[in-house]
Design a protein around this ligand. Structure first.
Ligand SMILES: [Mg+2]
Length: 345
């Protein structure tokens, strides 16, 4: 069967990202257990004898997640770290990885060796051996996919489920403008994630990959809304920088750019925020922690909605719907610099 179509309503683009995930779940039927053991969280959870296993997989695709402005070493590092970030998002620790590569025959040996050095460097830094993989040929492009196995660090793993109305919403670090450099230069928040999983008052967690404005919805239970306060959002310097050239507010960049790889979590209403925050500062004096809002009931949100960030105006990165990732957008931007790679001998 010819797999492609130009008729929109027959294509997967018409499903949108969440529609596609629902369809995949339907097609898998009983083969797909409920979250956290199946689809729907940062990692799948595997029941093991010693603790709990975590399994995650994420690719980097040429033109989508990296381009000629990113060194092959950084592209390899990004592949490793975006998977580490998903393990961090559950409060786990990484154990071993396999990598599957698909590319066309024209790929430079020099490019591939540098890409592998990027993988190796991170494998050493994070003490995660690369234990296997696969190589296949593609008619065009480069797709590198890493599968990462991890384990819980303590009694508890944190999933996206568990927040209740009244809980506070927190985010680590600063947000926005990732396409400038952060999308490949970030540090996955493994220590922070493991620490947060040990704090009983933390109820749910994920990492920010598609932008706060989109990702926050995954933590919000039914009949509730995320009440975010604009002034509390930690806007990065790169978001301010991006705002100067885009003409959009820095806040819009912070909410929608994506690829922040920070941790987003909820703190139980009953917890003492000041005690929690001071323990955080003791554990991680150099990493900013911001309370950005609260989970509120839908009815409470309606009453005071003008106080909160209107998430209909700020959308995060939609896979399938928007065809361009932050990297792809920067490639097509008129200010994008032409690659010098082709000029090399
Ligand atoms: Mg994630």
């Amino acid at each position: 069967m010819y797999p492609f179509t130009d008729i929109k309503k027959e294509s997967i683009a018409s499903l949108g990202e969440s529609g596609l995930i629902r369809a995949l779940r339907r097609w898998l039927g009983k083969s797909s257990p409920r979250t956290p053991f199946g689809i729907g969280d940062d990692c799948a959870v595997l029941p093991t004898q010693t603790g709990r296993g975590l399994l995650t997989v994420d690719p980097v695709i040429y033109g989508e997640h990296f381009d000629d402005t990113v060194s092959p070493r950084s592209a390899g590092a990004k592949l490793f770290k975006r998977n580490l970030s998903d393990i961090a998002a559950m409060g786990g620790t990484p154990r071993a990885a396999v990598v599957a590569l698909a590319f066309e025959r024209r790929v430079k040996i020099e490019w591939l060796s540098e890409f592998y050095r990027g993988l190796a460097e991170n494998s050493r830094n994070y003490n995660v051996p690369l234990v296997g993989g696969d190589v296949a040929q593609l008619p065009t492009g480069i797709v590198a996919t890493l599968t990462l196995f991890g384990e819980s660090t303590g009694r508890r793993i944190l999933t996206r489920v568990g927040a209740k109305p009244g809980d506070a919403i927190y985010v680590t670090g600063t947000l926005g403008g990732s396409r400038r450099r952060h999308h490949w230069s970030f540090s996955p928040r493994l220590h922070e994630g493991a620490w947060l999983a040990q704090q009983n008052e933390v109820r749910s967690m994920m990492d920010v990959s598609d932008g706060l404005a989109k990702d926050i919805h995954a933590l919000v239970p039914a009949k509730a809304c995320p009440a975010l306060i604009a002034e509390w959002i930690p806007v990065s310097r790169d978001a301010l920088h991006a705002s100067r050239t885009s003409g959009r507010p820095a806040l819009a960049h912070a909410l929608s750019d994506g690829e922040d790889y920070e941790l987003l979590f909820t703190l139980a209403k009953s917890a003492s925020a000041s005690s929690f925050e001071s323990r955080w500062r003791q554990a991680f004096p150099r990493l900013k922690l911001s309370k950005v809002g609260q989970i509120v009931s839908s009815s409470a949100f309606q009453k005071e909605s003008n106080r909160f960030v209107d998430l209909n105006t700020y959308r995060g990165f939609e896979h399938l719907v928007e065809s361009k990732s932050p990297v792809a957008r920067s490639r097509s931007a008129p200010t994008a610099k032409k690659s010098q790679a082709g000029k090399k001998a």
